[in-house]
Design a protein around this ligand. Structure first.
Ligand SMILES: C[S@@+](CC[C@H](N)C(=O)[O-])C[C@H]1O[C@@H](n2cnc3c(N)ncnc32)[C@H](O)[C@@H]1O
Length: 279
């Protein structure tokens, strides 16, 4: 084994020892370490610090300090099916910042998000977080619902809790920086995730959208920072999205979601693609 390889393995092992990284897809941690070690003159200590910071920015910042999945599962199982159980679901959803921001208006949010979408057979929810646990409020009833993320414990919880709630979700770990998972679906959800990918690699969002195997994609962006400040984010992400999809084979409609900036993308059939400009 080369010295570089040994150094990298040591750093990954050290990162894995951090409580906030223990449940993260190992390949994703290795990617964070490689990224830091590729910087000339970077000490191991500095690389570790920066890898932890990057993980926090793209994932940890959205989670409550303690995600008590086992206890929550037991709580859900104990609650009477119906309003009591749904009240517990809402409390759990509030522990993930993205879902917390939608609570209280989740039904309206999904109605606006899925407006104009025909009933899908399969939904693929990319970087799903806890979003699949809102299925009971979604105005669609897919036969299959698939979800991926980089947090292994979150994915196991979503699979078990969704089964218990009667809307099963098939979860699997996947790092979107590797491209889209090898799954096809009628509808792909990519909610509030492109900014996370941008933080690590600005070329990935476009590659992902270009290579998704789905006729319809719903994409959203935050319009407030995690601290709640608007900071011109709506126009910033509208411009960024225009840059990402420029020249891709999609017809795009902006959605009126209020609390997020949203877009519905429909794959253009070959006959409907704009013809190349005359040369
Ligand atoms: C802002 S949250 C959005 C969660 C969910 N889509 C929603 O809107 O409720 C971003 C999610 O992306 C996940 N994530 C970040 N980087 C990722 C990557 N490279 N591959 C897969 N998931 C990623 C995080 O773990 C987190 O759950």
């Amino acid at each position: 084994m080369s010295a570089d390889q040994a150094r990298r393995d040591r750093l990954v092992a050290e990162l894995q020892r951090a409580a906030k990284a223990r449940q993260v897809l190992p390949g994703f941690l290795a990617r964070l370490c490689d990224r830091e070690l590729s910087q000339p003159g970077r000490s191991d200590r500095e690389a570790l610090k920066r890898a932890k910071r990057a993980l926090h920015q793209v994932g940890g910042a959205y989670l409550a300090p303690s995600m008590r999945y086992d206890r929550w599962l037991a709580d859900l199982a104990d609650a009477d099916p119906g309003p009591a159980r749904l009240a517990r679901v809402a409390a759990i959803l509030g522990t993930h910042t993205s879902m917390g921001e939608r609570l209280g208006r989740l039904g309206d949010y999904y109605a606006a998000l899925f407006d104009g979408v025909s009933e899908p057979d399969t939904i693929l929810d990319l970087a799903c977080g806890l979003n699949p646990l809102g299925r009971h409020l979604m105005p669609v009833t897919p036969r299959r619902y698939l979800g991926c993320d980089i947090y292994l414990d979150l994915l196991a919880f979503v699979a078990s809790a969704s089964e218990l709630l009667g809307h099963p979700v098939e979860t699997f770990p996947h790092d979107l920086l590797d491209g889209p998972p090898e799954r096809s679906a009628d509808l792909v959800l990519l909610l509030k995730t492109l900014p996370c990918l941008d933080q690590l690699d600005r070329s990935v969002s476009r590659q992902l959208l270009a290579n998704l195997d789905a006729p319809t994609v719903l994409v959203t962006f935050p319009v407030r920072s995690l601290g709640g400040q608007p900071k011109g984010m709506r126009s910033f992400y509208r411009n960024r999205f225009a840059e990402v999809v420029d020249g891709l084979d999609y017809a795009i409609t902006e959605l009126d979601l209020g609390i997020e900036l949203g877009f519905r993308l429909r794959r253009l059939e070959p006959g409907n693609r704009p013809s190349a400009p005359p040369t």
